[in-house]
Design a protein around this ligand. Structure first.
Ligand code: NAD
Length: 271
């Protein structure tokens, strides 16, 4: 019989952190081995399960990231880019898998994850849900089937607290569309239109961002041709889908070779 997988949660008092504590506790085959929060956080010392509303699980919140990483088989991190980068270094040294859900990563942050993936398993996805992973795969496929006569626009809406735009998922969908067309997103990306913009540049991939209320995350990819339009929409009704995806990725990471993986690999949509 295989031991339960030990999963550490970074940022366990955060919105996603609490959701992950609940999911890891509910799923079979894993348990919460540790939970951290930033130094000085008011929740330090409190039990991660109580904070997440599931009762005491005997895991007090600490601020020692190294201890969290060393004691875990996998660490789930939904925090901020700098925190995720530092956990990538720690996971590389300890050989602990890192499930990185944080969005808004710069090229430097991405490079740090890539470096760490030479020594350990890193699963990185701007959106860990099954539905969006499928949407990514479909977007790449359809973008490759339709030519530039179909304009691609990506529309997203999130809650009023979100600090980065366009969302990591919207950018991921843009990357998928660009990959389908065999171009680089950075060469065709259009994130702002204001005032006299002139006509649309052929081949560009446009983004529109809406913010408000408590919207968990809506994404639509529009393929707009002459006389017809195709739209693929995904609407997240609960953040639980992201936490469930992260736990799935953590369980999947066991025994895998070091490398940088996406949720497509976790769900078997690619090797
Ligand atoms: P949040 O602000 O509610 O939670 C982040 C938590 O991290 C906070 O509690 C904060 O105190 C803690 N933190 C900060 N520094 C820390 C440190 N050094 N050590 C330990 N904890 C630390 O934010 P959130 O809504 O949970 O989102 C977090 C991130 O996850 C964002 O980047 C968001 O866009 C992303 N996100 C990704 C997905 C996905 O599927 N990939 C889904 C939802 C959110």
């Amino acid at each position: 019989m295989v031991d339960d997988m030990k999963i550490g949660i970074v940022g366990a008092a955060g919105r996603m952190g609490q959701m992950c504590v609940r999911q890891v506790s509910e799923w079979r085959g894993c348990s919460v081995s540790g939970a951290t929060e930033v130094t000085g956080h008011e929740a330090l010392g409190r039990d991660a399960g109580e904070l997440a509303g599931i009762g005491n699980i005997g895991v007090p919140l600490k601020s020692d990231s190294e201890e969290l990483v060393v004691r875990a088989d996998a660490v789930i991190d939904f925090t901020s880019p700098a925190v995720t980068e530092s956990h990538a270094h720690l996971c590389m040294r300890a050989g602990t898998a890192l499930i990185a859900g944080t969005t808004g990563l710069s090229d430097d942050h991405e490079a740090a994850l890539l470096e760490a993936s030479a020594k350990t398993v890193i699963v990185r996805a701007p959106n860990m849900s099954v539905g969006v992973t499928l949407l990514l795969a479909l977007t790449e496929r359809v973008a490759g089937m339709l030519d530039d006569e179909f304009d691609i626009e990506i529309v997203e809406m999130h809650h009023r607290h979100k600090v980065d735009a366009p969302s990591g998922t919207a950018l991921g969908l843009g990357e998928a569309a660009a990959a389908g067309r065999a171009v680089r997103l950075s060469d065709v990306k259009k994130t702002k239109r204001d005032g006299h913009t002139g006509p649309r540049t052929p081949g560009e991939i446009g983004f529109a961002t809406l913010r408000g209320g408590d919207v968990v995350g809506d994404h639509t990819v529009v393929f707009s041709g002459a006389g017809e339009r195709i739209e693929f929409t995904h609407k997240a009704a609960s953040r639980v889908i992201f936490a469930a995806g992260a736990v799935r990725a953590a369980l999947w990471s066991r025994g895998k070779s070091p490398g940088l993986y996406s949720m497509k690999a976790v769900l078997g949509f690619e090797d």
